[in-house]
Ligand binder design. Structure first.
Ligand code: 9UX
Length: 73
């Protein structure tokens, strides 16, 4: 079953950055069902299948795209 996660992401300079991160997560990372990035609050909310992917993989994809995710402990 899907699990949701929410965490901060830093390094966004404009609103299109948020759309870029959404695209990276939802189109390039198998197992991510949906991703929503709020530019103003600098937060990511995502639904994913824990048998397929993980917040660590999301953070790695975000970092590769030039941003920094701050995962919960
Ligand atoms: Mo805005 Mo972000 O011009 O990767 S899209 S800086």
């Amino acid at each position: 079953s899907p699990v949701t996660v929410e965490f901060p992401v830093t390094g966004m300079s404009c609103a299109n950055c948020a759309m870029n991160i959404e695209r990276v997560l939802s189109k390039k990372l198998p197992g991510v069902l949906s991703a929503s990035v709020n530019f103003a609050s600098e937060r990511v909310s995502a639904a994913y299948l824990p048998t397929v992917t993980s917040p660590d993989e999301m953070a790695a994809a975000i970092k590769k795209a030039g941003f920094e995710a701050i995962l919960p402990e």
